[in-house]
Design a protein around this ligand. Structure first.
Ligand SMILES: *[C@@H]1O[C@H](CO)[C@@H](O)[C@H](O)[C@H]1NC(C)=O
Ligand SMILES: *[C@@H]1O[C@H](CO)[C@@H](O)[C@H](O)[C@H]1NC(C)=O
Ligand SMILES: *[C@@H]1O[C@H](CO)[C@@H](O)[C@H](O)[C@H]1NC(C)=O
Ligand SMILES: *[C@@H]1O[C@H](CO)[C@@H](O)[C@H](O)[C@H]1NC(C)=O
Ligand SMILES: *[C@@H]1O[C@H](CO)[C@@H](O)[C@H](O)[C@H]1NC(C)=O
Ligand SMILES: *[C@@H]1O[C@H](CO)[C@@H](O)[C@H](O)[C@H]1NC(C)=O
Ligand SMILES: *[C@@H]1O[C@H](CO)[C@@H](O)[C@H](O)[C@H]1NC(C)=O
Ligand SMILES: *[C@@H]1O[C@H](CO)[C@@H](O)[C@H](O)[C@H]1NC(C)=O
Ligand SMILES: *[C@@H]1O[C@H](CO)[C@@H](O)[C@H](O)[C@H]1NC(C)=O
Ligand SMILES: *[C@@H]1O[C@H](CO)[C@@H](O)[C@H](O)[C@H]1NC(C)=O
Ligand SMILES: *[C@@H]1O[C@H](CO)[C@@H](O)[C@H](O)[C@H]1NC(C)=O
Ligand SMILES: *[C@@H]1O[C@H](CO)[C@@H](O)[C@H](O)[C@H]1NC(C)=O
Length: 634
């Protein structure tokens, strides 16, 4: 009796267990789609610090639902506290049939892009920029056929090539894979992306040539392939991209000549082919690009003369043909370009004289005609360029005297007329150029006295012979110039001053000395107090903190951010170098100073430079621009 009872009790418990486990299996096997979303969110643990109550998931930061409470967007743009980290792959991507947008930009996602991402069947916008991702791009991205916007830019550790499967994304409008460490060629399958408007692949290590199939992308307005290792010619098929507004191919190894079909791109406003290996002439068909605002062909091996048709480009503001092998005269048709603010023709083999009509280009800021074979005088009309800040005419065969009216160009920062055949005296009006920070009149045949300069930004150093001089000496190599900035009065007129000369000389030195000692004392105290901040440890993946000491990655970022120090990013030119404005991949906007070659190539410079940099990098003061780093680079 007792034993049979025991058995039945056990049976009863077994039944209950079987019933229970059956019930749970049923609910687990068929969770509703909404429950699946909730389970997937919970299991992803992305929001684990925020909440575990999934019934309120539509109110979780970054989540948007539709009226049926199904999740349509995960946009962590203003949810900086949601840490995804290495939990990216923990999300069950197949649980979100209505997810249209996934934006994890600027959230650290260590590791690879999980191949299951291809299960987000409704996805239209995928933004994984600045996410610290590595590894290869999964071919499963090609399953996201609804995708319109794909941005995986600024993930430097991604490697591998562009999966040809991306060619299946027939709705794609924007593809941005810039600054991703991508290697390999551009797959010709990308020619199937007929909806594409922006194709942005710059700053990778893409090799191979530009596939002809790119010519099928008739809706393309922006093609950016700069700063890669692309070889081969510019395919004439690019002439079919008639919607194109920007064609940016600089910094590759593109060869061959510029196809005349480029002339069909009537909506083109920006064309940069600089720093390639392009040969041949500038096709006169470029004269048909009447919308063009920037034409940058510098740093190639282009020869032939400047086509007269360039005068049709009335909207042009920036024209750079420098560092090529261009011959012949500067056509006066260039003077039709009334909107021109910069004209760079330096380092070519241009002959003839400077057309006086350049004086009509009244918006001009930068005029660079140096290192050519130009003859004749500097035209007086140059003085009509009232906004001119840089005038580079060095290393030509210019004759005549320096027009005295140059002193009226009051915005001049950078005046370089060295290594010509200029004669006569230096006009005293040059002394009025108060903002001048670089002056070069060296190696001419100038004579007479040197005017008193009002410019305060020129660097003055001890010349060693009891005189001071400006460094680099703007007047050297002119044998008939009088010495300048010498303390011993050359005429008796010095007596007119009441203050004895030695006081004039030594008082400022004494004051400066006192201040420097004071400064050093203060600084060393400051340094002791702040020792812990002097050198930040480098954090892997954070570009700005790697950038403390001659970082290679940082240099490449700088090159990318300024398009290899393109003048468009130049915000000023000084005595030591040019200053550029650059937005780094991490979003920081910084000022970059690139030193003039002259200075950097001096071997003794290297040590003193390193010392000064070391000192500067340790200074923290609200009135001194913080030095983030430097690069010494060939
Ligand atoms: C979750 O939130 C709902 C709605 O606010 C609430 O009714 C429920 O009690 C919460 N559950 C838990 C476990 O906190
Ligand atoms: C994502 O969130 C940001 C910040 O709220 C917003 O500006 C952006 O428009 C959102 N994106 C979409 C597609 O809703
Ligand atoms: C994604 O978020 C970033 C900021 O985190 C924002 O700049 C970007 O516009 C967003 N992208 C989309 C497609 O909403
Ligand atoms: C989330 O919680 C973990 C562990 O409790 C903690 O280490 C982390 O700092 C938290 N993150 C945030 C963004 O609060
Ligand atoms: C992911 O979700 C789907 C659909 O909700 C489900 O069938 C599948 O079992 C889930 N996968 C995992 C690993 O949980
Ligand atoms: C690509 O990246 C992965 C993950 O960072 C790494 O394991 C692999 O060695 C890299 N491959 C190459 C060729 O650099
Ligand atoms: C990538 O390119 C697209 C299209 O020009 C742009 O909207 C997006 O902001 C770019 N991404 C980043 C991180 O700059
Ligand atoms: C190109 O753009 C036009 C206008 O936006 C659109 O009507 C057309 O469908 C697009 N072409 C393709 C192939 O998507
Ligand atoms: C060129 O630009 C104009 C004006 O923006 C536009 O109407 C026209 O459709 C564009 N042409 C092509 C081929 O995209
Ligand atoms: C200059 O551009 C404007 C609009 O950007 C355009 O209307 C005008 O036709 C262009 N000028 C020339 C000469 O093509
Ligand atoms: C200069 O540019 C403006 C604005 O793009 C344009 O309206 C004007 O026509 C241009 N000037 C000339 C002479 O074409
Ligand atoms: C010169 O620069 C000033 C100030 O930037 C500007 O207002 C003026 O229009 C410029 N002059 C010409 C001819 O462009």
């Amino acid at each position: 009796m007792a034993s049979s009872l025991t058995i039945s009790v056990i049976l009863g418990v077994l039944w209950a267990t079987i019933l229970l486990s059956f019930a749970t299996t049923v609910t687990a096997a068929y969770p509703s789609p909404l429950e699946s979303e909730a389970i997937a969110l919970l299991e992803s643990r992305w929001w684990s610090n925020h909440s575990s109550n999934t019934s309120q998931r539509c109110q979780w930061p970054g989540i948007t639902c539709n009226t049926a409470e199904s999740i349509t967007k995960i946009n962590l743009s203003d949810a900086p506290n949601i840490e995804v980290g290495d939990r990216f792959g923990k999300l069950n991507f197949s649980s979100f049939p209505n997810l249209v947008l996934l934006n994890l930009s600027d959230h650290q996602l260590r590791g690879k892009i999980p191949h299951q991402i291809g299960d987000l069947s409704a996805l239209k916008y995928l933004d994984l920029s600045y996410c610290g991702l590595s590894g290869e791009l999964p071919p499963s991205l090609g399953k996201l056929t609804q995708l319109e916007f794909l941005d995986i830019s600024y993930n430097d550790n991604i490697n591998g090539s562009i999966p040809p499967q991306l060619g299946n994304l027939e709705n794609l409008v924007t593809l941005n894979l810039s600054q991703c460490g991508i290697v390999g060629p551009i797959p010709s399958a990308l020619g199937q992306l007929t909806s594409l408007q922006s194709l942005i692949l710059w700053g990778n290590q893409i090799n191979g040539s530009i596939p002809l199939e790119i010519g099928y992308l008739r809706n393309l307005t922006y093609l950016g392939l700069s700063n890669n290792r692309i070889v081969g010619p510019i395919p004439s098929a690019l002439g079919q991209l008639t919607s194109l507004q920007s064609l940016i191919l600089w910094g590759n190894q593109i060869n061959g000549s510029i196809p005349f079909e480029i002339g069909y791109l009537r909506n083109l406003t920006y064309l940069s082919l600089s720093k390639n290996r392009i040969v041949g002439r500038i096709p006169s068909a470029l004269g048909q690009l009447t919308s063009l605002q920037s034409l940058i062909l510098s740093g190639n091996q282009i020869n032939g003369s400047i086509p007269l048709e360039i005068g049709y480009l009335r909207n042009l503001t920036d024209l750079s043909l420098s560092s090529n092998g261009i011959v012949g005269p500067i056509p006066s048709e260039i003077c039709n370009l009334a909107n021109l603010t910069s004209l760079y023709l330096s380092q070519n083999k241009l002959t003839g004289s400077i057309p006086s009509c350049v004086g009509s280009l009244s918006k001009m800021l930068y005029l660079s005609l140096g290192s050519n074979l130009l003859k004749g005088p500097i035209p007086q009309e140059i003085c009509n360029l009232a906004n001119l800040t840089s005038l580079y005419l060095s290393q030509n065969k210019l004759t005549g005297s320096i027009p005295s009216c140059i002193g009226s160009l009051s915005k001049m920062l950078d005046l370089s007329l060295g290594s010509n055949l200029l004669k006569g005296s230096i006009p005293k009006e040059i002394g009025k150029l108060f903002d001048l920070s670089y002056l070069n009149l060296s190696f001419n045949q100038l004579s007479g006295p040197i005017p008193i300069l009002s410019a305060t930004k020129l660097r003055i150093i001890d010349a060693g012979n009891g005189c001071n001089k400006i460094s680099p000496d703007p007047f050297e190599g002119n044998s008939d110039l009088s010495p300048y900035m010498c303390p011993t009065p050359l005429t008796k007129k010095a007596n007119s001053s009441r203050i004895p000369y030695y006081i004039k000389t030594f008082l400022p030195i004494a004051i400066l000395f006192t201040f420097s000692i004071l400064g050093c004392l203060l600084f060393s105290r400051f340094k002791l107090k702040n020792n812990h901040v002097s050198v930040q440890p480098t954090k892997n993946g954070d570009l700005c903190s790697i950038w403390n000491y001659d970082g290679k990655i940082a240099y490449e970022d700088i090159v990318a951010a300024t398009e290899d120090f393109d003048f468009r990013y130049c915000i000023g030119v000084g005595g030591y170098g040019s200053v550029y404005k650059a937005k780094l991949p991490c979003g920081k906007v910084v000022a970059l100073k690139k030193l003039h070659h002259l200075e950097a190539e001096n071997p003794t410079f290297d040590n003193s430079f390193r010392n000064e940099i070391k000192f500067l990098s340790e200074i923290r003061h609200r009135n001194i621009v913080k030095l983030h780093g430097f690069c010494l680079h060939r």
